[in-house]
Ligand binder design. Structure first.
Ligand code: XMP
Length: 525
């Protein structure tokens, strides 16, 4: 099915992904591409409208950082945001200059004239009845002369052209960021642009998309066999549910228990997929293999590498066994989602510093010689969740906090031992139980316990104890790149601490982690 779509051209803003999410929330399909795509690409994409993102550069310094000229020749609406407005101004004959100082943060602007973009959208009015808007600004340059055909549609004292439009050609531009939630009416502006100005309907929603995705998988895979590493996480679970609906018995999932999973996790995965949904799942208990290789290893990166490597090892062995039994997979399915796609496109040019080597199932396709099947490639996380619900997965599974690939391996500091994993699993389960009971689970983005292999002295009953410490971690975040520690109620923390110390023999002290990211990271290793 052909969707109407919006093309978002990225000039390197930190928040370009948010533009895409705001557009998708309007049930309109969109894609992000780098600003330097070719004119042919733009024409072939056939967008119903184009959005030019913000970016860190100055239009008069960054030579070549402009939109393909075809964007302005297609006859479709264009919305420029921040840098996108400046390049639009410059490319169409206006002038952009440095403002002398950066303007960053909240600003109040006055809507001017009666532009289609702002019609009826205001936070309040001034004494003369003009609409005022609270917006989020972040810029150092400004438009000082309008291109021919444009008028000012918003302004304030420090930014006389806070918005401009040529309503005949349907070119709109704003100096502020409508995509961030700080711009209170930003969502309405995006809605106005995509629906009324570009004329897009509401044809992007997960219940309908489920059928489309099923058809697409069937067409792609035909009669061939598919193998999937099922981890119990949201993405691979949704892939499993989707593929099962699409190709049934042609799908084989491999679920690797590395001994570093949460309490009862293996049972839950087998119950949901094998028992309830009837998916073919091979359950491999590789605890001893992982523990054996981790013995004596304390360095976090070394542990991560071992866990990643062993996963590939186990997976390969299972794939070979399947082949030997005549069920030779031609496809490897993966739970890659749209932010991964955007990030890996972005990281081709970037020089990001490796803080941690995050691992999922990278490295598999090359070693296995399989074709890649990535049915979630176009979806954001919230869409993956909605799709999971549409496919009938339990709410609890679909809205679960993320769990890292190396599992408890990075939550047991230093050497990983069976005994530590068992203690940690029980402490973690108590924490999560109590968070749910107190209605805090959904208010935190990620929460878990960490095992500290140090002993401290305590007293229980009349006796001295000398046992291990557990740290509790709970964070709130939008994107996991930065995070605040969650201000959990003291009574809740107290209850969790009491239960852990009383119920988990071997732990006599519980502490709460009050570090933000940065400077700390979410996981401890
Ligand atoms: P950090 O600790 O880097 O974590 O602040 C950010 C988010 O990433 C998760 N994480 C991982 N996820 N494989 C994954 O799939 C990994 O190796 C991995 N390491 C960390 C972490 O749980 C948090 O959500």
């Amino acid at each position: 099915m052909a969707h109407q779509k919006i093309l978002i051209l990225d000039f390197g803003s930190q928040v370009t992904q948010l533009i895409a999410r705001r557009v998708r929330e309007q049930q309109v399909y969109c894609e992000i591409h780098p600003f330097d795509v070719s004119d042919d690409f733009v024409r072939e994409f056939a967008p119903a409208g184009v959005i030019l993102s913000g970016g860190p550069n100055s239009v008069y310094e960054a030579v070549g950082w402009h939109a393909p000229q075809s964007v302005f020749e297609l006859g479709v609406p264009v919305l420029g945001i921040c840098y996108g407005m400046q390049t639009m101004a410059q490319q169409l004959g206006g002038t952009v200059e440095s403002s002398g100082k950066r303007e960053f943060g909240y600003a109040e602007i006055r809507a001017r004239g009666h532009s289609e973009l702002f019609r009826g959208i205001e936070d309040r009015t001034n004494d003369e009845g003009h609409g005022l808007l609270d917006v989020w600004m972040s810029h150092g340059d400004k438009v000082t002369a309008l291109p021919p055909g444009f008028k000012v549609i918003a302004s304030n004292e420090s930014c006389p052209v806070a918005g401009m439009a040529d309503e005949v050609r349907k070119f709109y531009a704003v100096q502020f960021h409508p995509e961030v939630t700080h711009t209170i009416k930003g969502k309405e502006m995006i809605a106005r642009f995509v629906h009324e100005i570009c004329g897009c309907g509401h044809d992007w929603n997960m219940p309908d998309y489920a059928n489309e995705a099923i058809e697409k998988v069937r067409a792609q895979v035909g009669q061939e066999e598919v193998i999937l590493g099922l981890s119990g996480g949201v993405d691979s679970s949704v892939v499993a549910a989707l593929l099962h609906r699409a190709i049934g018995e042609q799908l084989t999932c491999v679920f690797v228990d590395n001994g570093l999973l949460r309490l009862n996790e293996a049972e839950q995965v087998m119950l949901t997929f094998a028992r309830n949904l009837g998916v073919k799942v091979i359950h491999v208990d590789a605890t001893e293999q992982f523990m054996g290789h981790l013995k004596g290893v304390t360095d976090p990166e070394a542990k991560r590498k071992i866990i990643g490597r062993e996963f590939v090892e186990v997976f390969q062995t299972e794939a070979q066994k399947l082949r030997a039994n005549g069920a030779e997979a031609k496809w490897l399915a993966q739970g890659t989602i749209y932010p991964d796609v955007i990030e890996s496109a972005g990281s081709k040019t970037g020089k990001a510093h490796t803080i941690k080597s995050h691992h999922n199932v990278g490295g598999l396709p090359e070693t296995l010689n399989l074709k890649l099947l990535e049915p979630l490639r176009e979806l954001f996380k919230d869409e993956v969740r909605e799709l999971g619900i549409a496919l009938g997965l339990p709410h609890e599974m679909v809205y679960r906090h993320p769990f890292p690939g190396p599992g408890l391996g990075v939550r047991i500091l230093g050497e990983v031992k069976h005994e530590f994993a068992d203690l940690l699993r029980r402490a973690d389960a108590i924490f999560i139980d109590e968070l749910r009971a107190a209605d805090w689970y959904d208010k935190t983005s990620q929460a878990f316990a960490v095992f500290l292999p140090v002993k401290s002295v305590g007293v229980m009953g009349d006796g001295r104890t000398y046992e291990y410490v557990v740290a509790l971690r709970a964070v709130q975040t939008q994107d996991f790149m930065t995070a605040h520690w969650a201000e959990l109620p003291h009574s809740l923390l107290g209850k969790v601490s009491n239960r852990i110390i009383n119920e988990v023999r071997g732990i006599n002290r519980v502490v709460y982690d009050i570090s933000g990211k940065p400077p700390a990271t979410i996981e401890w290793e």
